[in-house]
Design a protein around this ligand. Structure first.
Ligand code: SF4
Length: 357
């Protein structure tokens, strides 16, 4: 099989920490530290994890809204980190972003026409008449009336503003969209409409998405595959169906245990992790999750767990690797066993299961 449409190899984005009058570099915040993945054309990769785990930095690094400090990113074979000038402009048109906050991301002093046309002018796309036609088409696709062009963002509701933000991305005819918490700021009743719009657009226009969210239910609905991120690294990746049915990494298990489910098969004992996420400027040795992991062993504190993969289900965990081995590669059996170990090893989860937390 050839390279995926979008390919990321050992992406690293560190931010220097400067101190003193001379602003000397005394350390680095390792926001993203050695992340690798691919996305096929037309696919949606969901990216989940707690606030501060680095998921937004991954999205921004791919688009070079922040400059990565290491690794390789390619879109359709073009090395995103190596291009400049006109080539970079073309690449930026092909990769667009929709941000979380539809109130902050649209300039309140510009009409919708000004907001949508800005990119078309920068990328020198079409005559004035062609640009209007393109903008009307993009608005129509997102369910907005064509007369919205004459109006200002404050005249619209939150859901409509997010539709305008999506239209602003679409007008440039991109191939790849980073959707960074695109529905988190919206009312629940509006979220479903925008999520369905994103599903339809992907199908109709053949778009490829990186969908960043902390809402596990929305991610499951929208994504083909899902990656779980912790402290700057991917800890588990699988198809949405496999990951939600049989999570292997203890962090994924804890994350999913917090999601209420009407399906009795998927109801899990609540696992409450002790402590906070450590600082990305001083990540723990070995497995970065070990200070909070109920299953941590001596090896976890010393050795960074290598990736183990079973039919595309990838996990970085010493205990998961051992349980998979003992289960003969059966992820469902290994997942069940890890869940039992987590419940019996973690006093917080027992209390929660008994209903006293
Ligand atoms: Fe927990 Fe060890 Fe697995 Fe890390 S490697 S998640 S500390 S069991």
């Amino acid at each position: 099989m050839g390279d995926p449409f979008f390919s990321v190899d050992r992406l690293q984005t560190h931010f220097p920490i400067r101190r003193g009058v001379l602003r000397r570099v005394v350390g680095a915040v390792q926001a993203v530290d050695g992340v690798s993945f691919g996305i096929e054309r037309g696919e949606t990769l969901g990216l989940v994890g707690e606030s501060g785990c680095g998921k937004t930095t991954v999205g921004r690094s791919l688009l070079r809204l922040v400059e990565p400090t290491g690794g390789r990113v390619t879109l359709g074979g073009v090395d995103v980190r190596q291009v400049s000038g006109r080539q970079l402009r073309t690449l930026r048109r092909r990769m667009q972003v929709v941000f979380q906050d539809p109130y902050g991301s649209l300039n309140p002093r510009m009409t919708v026409r000004g907001i949508l046309e800005e990119g078309l002018i920068v990328h020198r796309m079409g005559t004035a008449a062609e640009r209007i036609e393109r903008m009307q088409r993009a608005l129509e696709r997102t369910g907005m009336p064509a007369d919205a062009l004459r109006r200002y963002p404050h005249e619209f509701s939150g859901g409509q503003r997010q539709r305008i933000a999506i239209a602003r991305a679409l007008v440039l005819e991109p191939e790849f969209l980073v959707l960074d918490e695109p529905v988190s700021a919206l009312d629940v009743s509006i979220q479903a409409q925008v999520v369905n719009l994103l599903v339809d657009l992907r199908k109709d226009l053949g778009l490829t998405y990186l969908f960043i969210s902390h809402d596990l239910s929305v991610v499951e609905y929208l994504s083909d595959r899902v990656a779980v991120m912790y402290l700057g690294r991917f800890v588990e990746t699988a198809t949405a169906a496999k990951l939600y049915a049989a999570p292997l990494h203890p962090y994924t298990q804890a994350l999913f245990s917090a999601v209420p489910s009407v399906d009795p098969e998927r109801r899990r004992s609540r696992i409450i992790l002790p402590g906070d996420v450590p600082s990305p400027s001083r990540p723990p040795s070995g497995c970065r999750f070990h200070p909070r992991c109920p299953l941590a062993e001596t090896v976890c504190r010393e050795v960074d767990p290598p990736e183990v993969a079973v039919e595309g289900h990838r996990v970085h965990c010493h205990v998961a690797a051992r349980e998979l081995d003992q289960a003969g590669g059966d992820t469902a059996v290994a997942s069940q066993r890890i869940a039992e170990l987590m419940t019996s090893a973690n006093p917080f989860s027992r209390a929660a299961a008994a209903g006293s937390v």
